[in-house]
Design a protein around this ligand. Structure first.
Ligand code: UD1
Length: 422
């Protein structure tokens, strides 16, 4: 497996382009299964998770062409040949479960393996399944697979989520577009990726109101048609590159960045003593002289502080002045980067869902191990600020969610390179 080698201590400057959102694209791609007409997605990110979703859709008989160097995906589900999503593909990526709702809605039948994905907690799919049952599906769990049927098609219904789930909201939303009658989704996720999916489905002819609020109403239609849709900007990649100058020093403009996508995060950077400015071209983050302030962070569903930026924020706070408490309230096992950051000299005590970080003056480079997607990038960020050399091993998780991270960071002045496995 490749590793990334960083010589720390370089200030960063310049601008960095931010890609389309992985998590939005992974929900938009299965929307092809809802129609026999073409769906075109522009501004797609070039990531291994997108290739995994491509393999999954292709295994169902969909056609997925990658155009313009991967930036445009042309999808067609005109001739689906299978409604079975196999373990071999699904285990690689939890978002594979998003084919369940659309397959069931269009074909009345789906068999989908229970998913794998990042090891950041139990991450069951019960909410997805309960939502589809509320739309009249019959479900059975057998041999690690969900067998779902909807004889006579799905019917509109009331789905009240006990807590917020991004993926379950997406599955429910896609399924409801072709269900007979009205569906009400209560306690729906409000993430920008949900709004993006709803916008695309509406272009395809779906009747959706309330996306971006806690209550979404969908009037089922008989069929959907083709559309072209631009994938929304990746707010997590955006936040990650905003932390780079925060940790290494300097000033970086993240092109396309919008504060409204990432408000709670910007507020915390501001409290830590950074300058965060919306410019015409994006968001510019500059670090003033001196140490950052310690700040407390609590992760929460949108519009709260994103769990997907918690690891990066922790990396930044390891050298802040004072004690910061980071409370992880979405996933129960999402501090795997903490022991790795400790290897670099960070002082972190984890107790239950809270990590207490006591800032140190400087981190020291060390060999570290990437454990999940966001943890991987937090170690790279830490390496930018550390004295000496940091080697981040097992970076395959990184390629699931960040395109050309070493190129983008070296473009900002970082000394970073990828070492291919020999
Ligand atoms: C999505 C994102 C992920 C992000 C997460 C939270 C994608 C591809 N991934 O993941 O990057 O970290 O939102 O913002 O978009 N849960 C259940 N039962 C379920 C579903 C979820 O108990 O059926 C729990 C999860 O274990 C977790 C919480 O609900 O504790 C929220 O998870 P959810 O919002 O569903 O995350 P994902 O959609 O998997």
């Amino acid at each position: 497996m490749d590793s990334i080698v960083i010589q720390g201590g370089q200030e960063l400057s310049g601008e960095v382009p931010i890609a389309g959102a992985k998590n939005a694209c992974l929900a938009l791609m299965p929307a092809t299964l809802l129609t026999d007409q073409p769906l075109t997605l522009t501004n797609a990110p070039r990531l291994s998770d997108i290739r995994t979703m491509t393999s999954l859709l292709t295994s169902l008989g969909a056609e997925v062409s990658s155009l313009q160097n991967g930036r445009v995906l042309a999808l067609s589900s005109h001739d689906l040949t299978s409604h079975r999503a196999d373990y071999d593909i699904v285990r690689k990526m939890r978002a594979s479960i998003l084919v369940l709702g659309p397959l069931l809605a269009r074909h009345g039948e789906a068999v989908v393996s229970l998913p794998g994905g990042c090891a950041i907690g139990a991450r069951p799919v019960d909410l997805h399944l309960r939502a589809l049952e509320a739309l009249g599906a019959t479900l059975e769990l057998r041999d690690g697979y969900v067998h779902a049927t909807a004889n006579g098609g799905l019917k509109g219904g009331r789905i009240a989520f006990p807590f917020v789930s991004v993926g379950a909201t997406e599955n429910a939303l896609m399924a409801a577009t072709l269900a007979k009658g009205t569906t009400i989704i209560e306690n729906a996720a409000r993430e920008p990726e949900i709004v993006d999916l709803a916008n695309c489905l509406s272009k395809m002819g779906a009747k959706i109101a309330g996306a971006g609020t806690t209550k979404i109403e969908v009037q089922g239609v008989d069929q959907l048609h083709g559309a072209t849709h631009e994938v929304v900007l990746d707010r997590i990649e955006l936040g990650t590159y905003m932390i780079a100058p925060a940790i290494a020093g300097g000033s970086v403009e993240c092109l396309g960045g919008r504060i409204d996508l990432i408000d709670a995060f910007c507020e915390r950077l501001d409290a830590a003593g950074l300058s965060v400015e919306q410019t015409k071209r994006g968001i510019k983050v500059s670090r003033k002289n001196g140490r950052l302030n310690a700040v407390d962070v609590k992760t929460a569903p949108f519009p709260g502080f994103p769990t997907d930026l918690q690891a990066q924020m922790m990396a930044m706070l390891t050298t802040a002045d004072g004690v910061s408490n980071l409370e992880e309230r979405i996933f129960e096992n999402r501090f795997m980067h903490a022991p790795e950051l400790q290897r670099m000299g960070a002082e972190i005590a984890v107790s239950g869902g809270t990590a207490t970080v006591t800032g140190v003056a400087r981190l020291k480079g060390a060999p570290v191990m990437a454990t999940d997607l966001r943890a991987s990038v937090s170690l790279i960020l830490a390496g930018l600020a550390a004295e000496g050399e940091t080697v981040v091993n097992r970076v395959y998780h990184l390629d699931r969610g960040y395109e050309r991270v070493e190129e983008k960071l070296s473009g900002l002045g970082a000394r970073i390179e990828r070492m291919a496995e020999t």
